[in-house]
Ligand binder design. Structure first.
Ligand SMILES: NC(=O)C1=CN([C@@H]2O[C@H](COP(=O)(O)OP(=O)(O)OC[C@H]3O[C@@H](n4cnc5c(N)ncnc54)[C@H](O)[C@@H]3O)[C@@H](O)[C@H]2O)[C@H](O)CC1
Ligand SMILES: [K+]
Length: 230
């Protein structure tokens, strides 16, 4: 079912209704999101000889990144996960993903707010990777990007490495398609449920790259009002 461009509120409402009204656990939506993004990377030839660096934020976009890490690891890809969060700060679905990765022996680390001067360490991790997955910010973006996320986004944009953005290029406003402070310039964007309204704004494609929609299991009864007019 083709879905028309969605606003930030619409897509966040769909996730919430699927969980609250239909009893579809958000972890299921997250798993479908991350699995679909990982499958696209494998279609690009990402495999056992590929090194993938996954940068995760403190929310559910970060949780999606944790799912991507697990699925890529399962097919032999060398993954490294960096969480831009304070140790122990993760909550809900993101915390679940962190814990699963931790118990699975998948390499992950925190980059905490005091680590601003570790930009060189981040540059080195980026240089040692073939792909970067942007799981820093999605529809939870509420203010211009600054601080360590600004440092990280600038670093990956400068690196020339191919970037896959999850749901939205971090820093891009879902409704206006404007970069708030700074935004990831992605090779491609795996966006969940449906395209975002801002993707059609002039200049937005400089940040999204090629956009593909990942269907995450939201039941048709919720999607029908958003069906694209053929
Ligand atoms: N909701 C669902 O069931 C699903 C959501 N999916 C993914 O979740 C994100 C939205 O997640 P959310 O936790 O609401 O927010 P983010 O992860 O995008 O942001 C994290 C966190 O960051 C803080 N924040 C906001 N602006 C800034 C900023 N400028 N600098 C630093 N930090 C900022 C704010 O506190 C946010 O809470 C959605 O995009 C999907 O990727 C699943 O994919 C499907 C199920
Ligand atoms: K993102």
């Amino acid at each position: 079912m083709g879905i028309r461009p969605l606003t930030r509120e619409e897509v966040r409402g769909l996730d919430a209704r699927a969980a609250l009204e239909l009893g579809l656990p958000t972890l299921v939506l997250m798993e479908n999101a991350g699995r679909g993004a990982a499958a696209w990377l494998r279609d690009q030839g990402v495999g056992p000889s590929t090194r993938v660096l996954i940068l995760c934020g403190s929310g559910n976009n970060g949780g999606d990144g944790g799912v991507v890490a697990r699925h890529l690891d399962a097919c032999g890809v060398a993954v490294r996960v960096v969480w831009f969060a304070q140790a122990g700060q993760l909550r809900g679905d993101a915390a679940v993903q962190y814990d699963v990765l931790s118990r699975s022996g998948i390499e992950q680390t925190y980059w905490e707010s005091g680590d601003l001067d570790d930009a060189e360490r981040l540059d080195l991790m980026i240089a040692e990777s073939d792909w970067v997955v942007d799981a820093l910010l999605g529809t939870g973006l509420t203010r211009p990007v600054e601080g360590r996320l600004h440092v990280a986004i600038t670093a990956i944009n400068r690196s020339g490495k191919p970037i896959l953005a999850l749901d939205l290029p971090s820093g891009l406003d879902a409704d206006t398609g404007q970069a708030l402070g700074v935004a990831v310039r992605a090779r491609a964007t795996a966006t969940f449920v449906g395209p975002k309204l801002g993707f059609s704004a002039p200049g937005a494609s400089d940040f999204t790259g090629a956009v593909f929609v990942v269907e995450i299991g939201v039941p048709r009864c919720l999607l029908e009002p958003f069906q694209a007019k053929t």
